[in-house]
Design a protein around this ligand. Structure first.
Ligand SMILES: Cc1ncc(COP(=O)(O)O)c(C=O)c1O
Length: 442
């Protein structure tokens, strides 16, 4: 059965896609049966780029993940079979494309335990956090107010607040990092005063892999009446997430880190809070009525999605979510916990010259930052590349954190659903060769 455009003879209001677009593609690609026998080796074959390059050890999924065939196929088929202007056309194709886009919203809502009206499609986590900063921050903060962040934030959860503070006079404070790679929550009592209007914290550090106790922080923040924003860029792709259980007001994540296309991400917001937000961008699709000199605005989510959205990308992201659901987010998380423990043990046992950072207990995501003696992180990454190992090097958009760790840069290996134990073995063996190469400088 393939998805096919058929002129809708039943009248516009009934012009719906009978079989959801993505589910048709998934079933044609026989995903339900294939998923019965998943191992990372099998999963790797779902990713054309990895399948074509068996010698590539891709350890930079924290920056962006590779894309499975079903996502590439969904985006391609959207353009071949369904492409139309959404929400405006009176013709069947437009109704069907709109339906597929709204189905994608429902899929994303279900993935994080939200209501579909609470899902705003944005470009990425950065845009989601800027949206909150501009639409809420600029209109609600003033001199004397405080924003509480942490020392382990990505620049995407720092710079928007700097911009807002420059304009409003509000001030930033940060929960410090403890020596164990976790936030020092003993400081919360003194930091969380009535002046704090907003707390914004990463769920998982993109450098240390630390999983922050967001629910606990959210409870404390709410007790002083502060709003809570969670940067979920590193948690939505890797672990089961239920926004109700987190107890936050906003949760932001990017599609491209979770098997989806670039150019699409999600801001989830509690509906009562979304309703209070002023528009972030103005233009088509977000209005109720427009006059030459003024306008009134639609309800969320439309109010916060101005202009033509990334339709193909949103539907592609929903395909990525269906793919991850078939794998099971519990299994995805368990796989990464296990790989991380394995990699850290081998590094500790076999490479004493390598220093790693981050918590050493079992609750730690698949991100390992490391330095090799005094060798620059870029040199280490470039040397690893000679062996087909792709790791990232630099400050990973977390300069304050690196300052705190006392290093200018780290190399970083990060894992995902397609990462295998053999990948880790090859990484360790290559790192030994790199160590031997640099031995006179260590
Ligand atoms: C924790 C964290 N927050 C925010 C971002 C920004 O994501 P994007 O570049 O997709 O907006 C990243 C990306 O690396 C991240 O790891």
């Amino acid at each position: 059965m393939s998805f096919r455009w058929v002129p809708d003879r039943r009248g516009l209001n009934e012009g719906r896609v009978n079989e959801p677009f993505i589910l048709t593609i998934l079933s044609e690609m026989r995903y339900p049966e294939r998923m019965a026998i998943v191992t990372p080796q099998v999963i790797r074959q779902d990713f054309p780029l990895l399948a074509q390059h068996p010698d590539l050890v891709y350890l930079n999924s924290a920056a962006t993940s590779q894309k499975p065939e079903v996502v590439i196929e969904t985006v391609s088929r959207y353009y071949r079979e369904l492409n139309a202007s959404i929400h405006r056309g009176a013709y069947t194709l437009s109704v069907q494309a709109s339906e597929a886009y709204e189905n994608a919203r429902r899929t994303l809502a279900g993935f994080i335990g939200a209501d579909e009206h609470e899902i705003i499609f944005v470009r990425n986590t950065t845009e989601a956090l800027n949206l909150v900063a501009y639409a809420w921050g600029l209109n609600n903060l003033r001199a004397g107010d405080e924003i509480l962040l942490t020392e382990m934030e990505h620049h995407a959860n720092l710079v928007p607040w700097h911009l807002v503070c420059e304009r409003t006079g509000a001030k930033i404070k940060a929960i410090p990092l403890g020596s164990d790679g976790r936030l020092d929550l003993n400081t919360l009592e003194t930091l969380l005063t009535e002046r704090v209007r907003l707390v914004s914290v990463t769920h998982i550090s993109n450098v240390l892999g630390t999983v922050n106790p967001v629910a606990q922080i959210a409870r404390a923040a709410r007790a002083v009446g502060a709003l809570v924003v969670v940067d979920g860029a590193q948690s939505a792709p890797h672990m089961p997430v239920d926004v109700q259980a987190l107890g936050a007001d906003f949760y932001a994540f990017s599609g491209h880190k979770m098997c989806g296309p670039t150019g699409v991400g999600v801001l989830w917001g509690r509906y009562e809070v979304l309703e209070t937000l002023a528009p972030f961008l103005g233009g088509g699709s977000m209005i109720r009525e427009v006059f030459v000199d003024r306008s009134t605005y639609a309800q969320p989510p439309q109010r916060l999605e101005a202009g033509t959205p990334a339709v193909a990308e949103a539907i592609g992201l929903a395909a990525a979510v269906e793919y991850l659901k078939k794998l099971g987010m519990d299994r995805v998380w368990q796989h990464e916990l296990e790989l991380t423990a394995y990699a850290l043990k081998r590094l500790d046992d076999e490479l004493p010259e390598v220093r790693t950072f981050g918590p050493r207990d079992s609750d730690r995501a698949g991100v390992i930052p490391f330095v090799l003696g005094g060798i620059h992180a870029h040199d280490v990454a470039t040397a690893l590349d000679q062996y087909g190992i792709a790791v990232r090097a630099g400050h990973h958009c977390a300069q304050p954190l690196h300052r705190k760790l006392g290093v200018a840069a780290t190399s970083r290996a990060s894992f995902y659903v397609y990462t295998t134990h053999e990948d880790i073995d090859r990484f360790i063996e290559a790192l030994k060769k790199v160590r031997d190469f640099f031995k006179d400088w260590l």
